[in-house]
Design a protein around this ligand. Structure first.
Ligand SMILES: Nc1nc2c(ncn2[C@@H]2O[C@H](COP(=O)(O)OP(=O)(O)OP(=O)(O)O)[C@@H](O)[C@H]2O)c(=O)[nH]1
Ligand SMILES: [Mg+2]
Ligand SMILES: [Zn+2]
Length: 264
């Protein structure tokens, strides 16, 4: 089971009366960002966006603390779909730029671009605006990290609703509810999404996971066994690299969690 049509799909519409129409066909997607959404009826593939040029993963440096496990899952999905991923570290005003850079340095070290922002002092807003220009982007991340606030700052005309309750509550509470593509004044579109609580991987096999971790991908060929799971096999190049510090141990833990089915 899954969404039949999603934000970003190219469709053929048959005009009916007035401003109404029915979708007659959905073109094949070249890529999509989707997750397994928990539903009482069972597994369901929720498509967050179809055919994006990039996915912008927004996390806050504090309030709430960044959920790196979720970031790692998003990166795996983006790698599998070959969709470029950009990380936004928002609310830098709550810590310092140095602390923020340290927090995300694993990712910049892997070659992901990371934009440091604050809607309180305007840091990085111009950079983010440039990054979004003339592209179709998905803006996603946990709830309360400031996704909608960032969009409003980039384009105040949008006037999107932002959480007004006290910032001291770090619990998820959704302010954005609908998913929709907004046109950007300078060209391009961006989809704001409600914050996600969990990101279940869809259609990613345990055996292919290491290929979606940039730092593991290049090591697997050096493992003694070509079906190495990188857990306990002898001659495992991945575990060796974790021990030497060449591979970040938290990223390795993320890999294990994903491989052995824990939700994040
Ligand atoms: N200190 C600080 N607070 C911010 C910043 N950006 C947003 N906030 C606050 O964070 C809270 C959540 O902002 P939203 O923009 O609604 O967050 P969201 O990610 O869209 O949340 P959902 O729609 O629930 O997914 C609001 O109280 C904002 O004022 C920032 O750069 N610094
Ligand atoms: Mg929002
Ligand atoms: Zn191995």
């Amino acid at each position: 089971m899954g969404d039949l049509v999603a934000v970003g799909d190219y469709v053929s519409v048959l005009r009916t009366e007035g401003n109404n129409g029915v979708i007659e066909a959905v073109e094949e997607r070249k890529s999509m960002i989707s997750r397994m959404a928990p539903r009482p009826q069972g597994e369901y593939q929720q498509i967050l966006i179809a055919n994006p040029d990039q996915v912008v993963l927004v996390f806050s440096c504090a309030r709430p603390e960044p959920r790196f496990g979720m970031l790692d899952r998003f990166l795996v999905i983006a790698e599998k779909q070959q969709v470029p991923a950009v990380i936004v570290a928002n609310k830098v005003d709550l810590i310092s730029i140095n602390e923020a850079q340290n927090m995300f340095q694993v990712y910049t070290g892997l070659g992901y671009s990371c934009i440091f922002t604050s809607t309180r002092n305007g840091l990085g807003i111009g950079k983010l605006k440039d990054q979004l220009a003339n592209k179709i982007s998905l803006l996603t991340g946990p709830s309360g990290v400031g996704k909608t606030s960032l969009l409003n700052m980039i384009q105040p005309e949008l006037g999107l609703a932002v959480r007004s309750v006290s910032e001291t509550t770090t619990k998820g509470r959704h302010t954005t509810v609908v998913r929709e593509l907004f046109p950007l004044v300078g060209g391009g579109f961006v989809a704001d999404t409600p914050g996600l609580k969990a990101l279940g991987l869809w259609d990613i096999e345990a055996e292919e996971l290491d290929g979606y971790f940039r730092e593991l991908r290049k090591l697997v060929e050096h493992c003694q066994f070509n079906d190495c799971t990188h857990v306990s096999e002898p001659g495992c190049a991945v575990r060796l690299a974790v021990q030497s510090g060449e591979v970040d141990s938290r990223r390795y833990q993320s890999y294990l969690k994903m491989r052995y089915g824990e939700m994040e």
